[in-house]
Design a protein around this ligand. Structure first.
Ligand SMILES: [Cu+2]
Length: 224
């Protein structure tokens, strides 16, 4: 009897845990490379108070010698679509721009003039160096979000580095904890698509729930 009461309490606790265990989408990263791998960079995205902390690390291959526009540096953005086959950066489409700002010049002092995905417009270009290596740096972006519909979810996007406009390196943005919807369900990949972490949350909740129930069943069997 004691075992059965304990099991009932555990079952309830398990269900509560399952409800509260939905993982929040709060970390993502993009490993950006050129087709021949001579350019590399990693962008990490961490949800923080007031927006997204973006860390740019492991940059190599962005030399000043190769920089076409000597005064502008290398531009980089969040693009709406994933990288295509054979590291095809053209497949990434346009910049993430859920507010439909368009390609007008971005004034960092007036963020409404900037496309959400125009990271270099808002925070500065990547200035080429003699060795091509750029030390790690980070900043806060107040517009990007993993889930806010108005900003467009980050899932399925990519990061692209340009050299005077030309797309020289790109990589898919991978969001931790996100589980893609089952094949056949309507998702789409355009700017208006709204894949969210809902499916991932449900999957994780079901997993936690089934683990809890398995434990409860085991306790019942011990009590019998
Ligand atoms: Cu771009």
């Amino acid at each position: 009897m004691l075992f059965k009461s304990a099991a009932a309490i555990l079952a309830f606790a398990g269900l509560v845990a399952a409800q509260g265990a939905a993982p929040e989408l709060k970390h993502g990263s993009a490993t950006v490379v050129s087709p021949n791998k001579d350019i590399e960079a990693t962008f990490t995205f961490d949800k923080v108070e007031g927006g997204m902390n973006i860390t740019v690390t492991g940059v190599k291959g962005l030399s000043f010698a190769s920089q076409v526009n000597k005064t502008a540096g290398y531009e980089y953005h969040v693009h709406v679509n994933p990288v295509g086959p054979n590291q095809n950066c053209t497949s990434t489409g346009g910049h993430l721009d859920p507010a439909n700002v368009g390609p007008a010049p971005c004034n960092p002092a007036n963020l409404t003039s900037c496309q959400t995905g125009d990271l270099s417009g808002k925070h500065g270009n990547l200035n080429g160096t003699e060795t091509g290596v750029i030390p790690t740096f980070f900043y806060l972006d107040t517009q990007l979000s993993f889930t806010t519909p108005a900003n467009g979810p980050m899932v399925g996007r990519s990061v692209v580095i340009h050299n005077n406009g030309a797309r020289v390196a790109c990589g898919n943005l991978v969001v931790d904890g996100y589980v893609a919807p089952p094949a056949g369900s309507a998702t789409g990949t355009g700017a208006g698509a709204t894949p969210t972490g809902t499916t991932g949350k449900n999957s994780a909740a079901k997993l936690v729930g089934s683990v809890a129930l398995t434990g409860v069943v085991a306790l019942f069997m011990m009590a019998l």
